[in-house]
Design a protein around this ligand. Structure first.
Ligand code: NDP
Length: 323
């Protein structure tokens, strides 16, 4: 047996139960890994609450971790017993040991510890594809990043600055604003009520070519109003709730805007994409250009308290769960 946090129904943090589950046997193409650290992400809240539909119940939620390969099934060639590995994607993360498709694992470089590895794969690969592919930012650009002091946010601020980009970070209080600035945001705006006027002031009326919005319902319209003509609204999360259906006429009226709802799954679906996105992330973390701020750790069995902290906006940067 091994230990895991499972949900038997959707609901609040109290539906997460710490219990014994059978140790999985790695099937063909799978590896069994022992977690050293597990990443906490907002998507875990969506699967727990039911905003995203659980594929089965009971379900071990969690989509990010780092650890050591204990065993491999048939036809596994990319990892071997004893390898240090990390991943983002497949559900089943909130467990001491888990089976996982081996082609979703990448080897963790020796200069990156397990806690950092578990904290950075999902949030860091998200920052990578958003800044490098969804809209390939250029030196000299000014961009808007919502939840700038959060997990994805602090990585975005540092990485964008490293690429020569001016970040306008949106946060909910002064403490988070100071943190975002310390991590590379050139400007911060508290709340979204003054966001459009602040972006107008900072850009001299030019507005921005891209807004990265992970807040969703509460900020969608303000974000659209921050865009220059032909700008891109990258709506990549729903921390305040999902964006209601959009009238395409709005995009015409606001200047032939583009709108996308990207996911990490699509951007890393091919093994070659996963490898290149992860390699780019390992480069910026390895060089020190981007530091992974693990600002909270919880025991895995206390995942409920970790969810409460994340949902009530008490966390900054990344959070890991320790088995
Ligand atoms: P964060 O650490 O960013 O936490 C969420 C933050 O959102 C909060 O700290 C808070 O910051 C802000 N927020 C604004 N409104 C609310 C609200 N009503 N309730 C709670 N929080 C709110 O989380 P993550 O880094 O894990 O994820 C950030 C976002 O990115 C999430 O929306 C997530 O779904 C999305 N995401 C999307 C991916 C994709 O590929 N599409 C992949 C990874 C993450 P503040 O207090 O400053 O407002």
């Amino acid at each position: 047996m091994t230990k895991a946090i499972r949900i038997h129904a959707n609901g609040g943090p109290e539906v997460m139960v710490w219990e014994d589950v059978p140790t999985p046997e790695p099937g063909p193409g799978e590896a069994l890994i022992k977690h050293e650290a597990i990443g906490l992400n907002f998507i875990d809240v969506y699967f727990r609450s039911g905003l995203y539909k659980a594929p089965n119940l009971p379900l071990v939620i969690g989509q990010e971790g780092a650890g050591t390969v204990l065993a491999v099934g048939a036809n596994v060639t990319n990892v071997a017993v004893g390898d240090r590995v990390a991943y983002a994607g497949p559900l089943g993360g909130y467990a001491t040991e888990r089976a996982i498709p081996a082609d979703r694992l990448v080897k963790l470089p020796a200069n990156i510890d397990f806690k950092t590895g578990a904290a950075m794969m999902l949030q860091g690969m998200t920052a990578q594809y958003l800044l490098r592919r969804t809209h390939a930012v250029k030196s000299g650009d000014t961009i808007v990043v919502h939840a700038a002091a959060g997990g994805v946010g602090l990585i975005m601020c540092q990485w964008a600055k490293h690429l020569g980009v001016t970040v306008i970070g949106v946060v909910s209080n002064e403490e988070k604003a100071a943190l975002a600035r310390a991590n590379g945001a050139a400007h911060t705006v508290i709340g979204h009520a003054t966001l459009v006027s602040e972006v107008k002031r900072i850009t001299g009326g030019a507005m921005v070519p891209v807004v990265y919005d992970s807040v969703g319902k509460d900020t969608f319209l303000a974000s659209i109003d921050c865009l220059a003509p032909l700008g891109l609204m990258a709506s990549y999360g729903s921390a305040s709730g999902p964006v209601p259906p959009v009238d395409l006429g709005l995009l015409a009226a606001k200047g032939s805007l583009f709108l996308t709802r990207p996911t990490l799954v699509t951007y890393t679906a091919k093994r070659s994409d996963l490898e290149s996105v992860a390699a780019d992330l390992f480069d910026v973390v390895g060089s020190g250009a981007v530091k992974i701020r693990v600002n909270q750790t919880f025991a895995l069995k206390d995942a409920g308290a970790a969810h409460t902290a994340l949902e009530t906006r008490k966390t900054t940067g990344s959070t890991v769960l320790l088995p």
